[in-house]
Write a protein that binds this ligand. Structure first.
Ligand code: CA
Length: 444
């Protein structure tokens, strides 16, 4: 079962790929996240990040350095999408992790290093692809603080919906517009109803927002009509990434009564390219705690293992880099920072809820956690919260600009990492995306 530590979590372990030991490196010897990359016109294939390099698993699979289940797993993880590898399940994931850990360890033989060196490419010289073919994408809504903050904008007298503390709510999102980090998109067009107006207007979004989220990927999945019990659900998750659920608030708030978000959410969702495995995150599991005055989860959403280890200690931050920042060669300003531990529901509870009615999840399905906002004002995971519904300025100190919503040329960069004494740093890299001007010709 996930959560057990082994030699791959030894904080003293190092790699002969020395950049893995660089200060603040996300991709340490203990991390080994999976992704899919290509070089020029070559076919996309699977790789593992180590330091500032990518280990080409297609080449590794051809070397014969791994055996048995680890070799089979390497062949699956070398494909142009990770769906089949995710479908193999935890024994295969662990076998490959342990095998690659040995190959990349400082204790590996000279012969191993010599064989693997041609399999390494600088990350700066490859193009990252979507790690999976996303057949289905569901986005949850599991931050109590986010729900209260946004609820106050929409329903000031009654911000929290009555269901929130009883079940992890979600909407079925749009898989086709999930893109990998670095992809720019055009400001969307749609309908919006201005306050006090009697008819909506059609035009470019005026209230464009980001949402700081994490995504997680389904492993083997479940058959139609056969729910995943919570006790098993957590082990069904392969790994996690950063996710930005770009949102057109003016379009969203007009269209989503009485149904869920539609055009307000379906124009672009960005994910980070490296999938950090639940195995790598094991040292950062935390107990799931529900305040005693709140309703306790119903039996199908409650499990001793999930209470003991269902939460995760992941630091998160949002950086906004405007066009002016880039002109002045500035890195941008951090506008929010929080931790995943504040979520009201666990990823295991999200999987159990998703399947309890019989819905089948498939290998590589993408599930978003919903916007991650912490308990204080500076921990809000969307600009609609930071600007209190667009009524307050969000300062960008280094450029001297102010924001209430996103402007053209703005680039939003999400980062996430785990760090604590006695454990190796495990980082997610980054998830970035840039807002391009609205396409000009839709008004006629
Ligand atoms: Ca969302």
């Amino acid at each position: 079962m996930s959560g057990a530590l082994d030699f791959t979590h030894d904080p003293a372990a190092t790699s002969w790929v020395t950049s893995a030991q660089a200060q603040g490196c996300d991709f340490t010897q203990q991390n080994l996240p999976h992704g899919v990359f290509s070089r020029g016109a070559e076919a996309a294939r699977g790789g593992v990040a180590i330091g500032d390099q990518v280990l080409d698993l297609a080449q590794v699979a051809s070397l014969g350095l791994l055996a048995g289940l680890a070799q089979q797993a390497c062949e699956a993880a070398a494909q142009g999408t990770l769906n089949a590898y995710m479908g193999m399940g935890q024994p295969a994931w662990r076998a490959l992790r342990q095998g690659l850990f040995g190959l990349l360890s400082s204790s590996a033989t000279e012969a191993t290093r010599a064989a693997l060196t041609p399999c390494l490419f600088p990350q700066s010289q490859v193009q990252m692809r979507l790690p999976v073919q996303v057949h289905n994408y569901t986005d949850f809504y599991t931050s109590l603080h986010h729900a209260n903050n946004v609820g106050r904008v929409i329903r000031p007298d009654d911000p929290l919906t009555p269901n929130f503390k009883w079940l992890p709510i979600a909407y079925h999102g749009r898989a086709s517009s999930v893109v990998t980090s670095g992809t720019a998109f055009h400001r969307p067009w749609g309908q919006a109803m201005a306050p006090g107006a009697t008819a909506p207007v059609f035009g470019p979004c005026h209230r464009l927002d980001f949402e700081l989220e994490m995504g997680f990927f389904v492993g083997p999945g479940n058959a139609l009509g056969q729910p995943l019990p919570l006790a098993q659900a957590r082990d069904q998750v392969f790994g996690m990434c950063l996710l930005n659920d770009w949102s057109a608030r003016d379009h969203q708030f007009w269209e989503m009564a009485p149904l869920g978000p539609f055009l307000g959410k379906n124009f672009c969702t960005s994910i980070s390219p490296w999938v950090v495995t639940m195995e790598a995150l094991a040292p950062y599991r935390l107990p799931f705690e529900r305040p005693a005055i709140d309703p306790q989860p119903l039996a199908y959403l409650d499990d001793a293992g999930d209470r003991a280890q269902g939460s995760l200690d992941i630091e998160l931050e949002v950086v906004l880099q405007s066009r002016l920042h880039r002109e002045r060669q500035l890195p941008g300003d951090r506008i929010s920072a929080t931790n995943f531990r504040h979520q009201y529901w666990t990823i295991g509870q999200m999987l159990a809820q998703h399947t309890v009615g019989g819905c089948n999840l498939q290998s590589g399905d993408l599930l978003g956690t919903g916007t991650i906002s912490g308990p204080t004002a500076g921990e809000a995971g969307a600009i609609v919260e930071l600007s209190q519904g667009g009524t307050r300025d969000v300062p960008l100190p280094t450029s001297g600009e102010l924001r209430r919503f996103l402007e053209d040329g703005d680039r939003v960069i999400l980062r996430g990492w785990c760090a604590k004494p006695g454990s190796a740093r495990i980082g997610f890299g980054q998830c970035s995306g840039e807002v391009l001007p609205a396409l000009p010709n839709l008004a006629s």
